[in-house]
Design a protein around this ligand. Sequence first.
Ligand code: MLT
Length: 317
Amino acid sequence: MYKVLLTDNIAEEAVAVFSRYTGIEATRVGTLEKNDLVRIICGYDAVIVRSPTRLTRDHIAAGTKLKFIGRAGVGVDNIDVTEATARGIIVMNAPRGNTVSTAEHTVAMILNVARRISQADRSIRRQEWDRKALRGVELYGKTLGVIGLGRVGREVARRMLGFSMNVIAADPAISKETAVGWGVELVGLEELLERSHVITAHVPLDAKTKGMISDREIGLMKDDVLLVNCARGGVFDEVAVKQGLDAGKIAGVALDVYETEPPGANPLFSHERSVFTPHLGAATAEAQVRVAVEIAEKVANALTKGEIRDRVNPPSD
Ligand code: MLT
């Protein structure tokens, strides 16, 4: 009997998937304290996590029976993938189920920061009626720069074309012809920074993207630029962004993700026009069920049939 541990209150539909397979026993729990998970992980052949659980080297070393780690979502920066690879554990993710929710959240954040909706909401609750102070900007005819034209970036581009924005994008993995087919002009990162009125990032956090938007890049941007990040904290250097806001170069930011999560009393929060949400991109009922079912099916097929899909780590030598 294979044993699978589902952590982080993954949608119950995942348990129903495992119940269709003979020979798998699935246990669903909330987010466990680090030491509790280290203590019990040795009893499982596979573990599935969302983003709250950090699967560290200690967990992976303690998981002596572990064959598979499943991520109900896209980002695997909460998993020590290098350690898993070294121990021959296959890490798989569920990169599709979140796409629409994250793209929709990004669109909501762009509109919010452009029209100061959160700021206006706070203001009217204080019984103020200051329409002049809350004047926003139109998106119509403006240029949106999309950094990363993967699944989410593409869906954001498609939606923002509907607002009559000119969409440009930087992504070394996409050809100009493909981008044109999506109504997007492909440019280099510097040109994107120089031309965009609104910039939104849709890249994973890795050695290449960490701090990719810092002082120098902000210096290249238009005055009054709006910056949006619903991808991963750390892609924008928060100290540089704060300086850009303080200097009035950046008009506002809309952030769903942070260098440290939860971010505590982040100094960026002093900027009234800016909008902040607690990593809600994929936090919809639909997306949570989709990613749970997607990863449960992958782990079940991997355990019972040896079928591996959406593996994120290379085979160990
Ligand atoms: C993801 O990587 O799938 C999203 O950011 C959602 C999450 O981490 O919970």
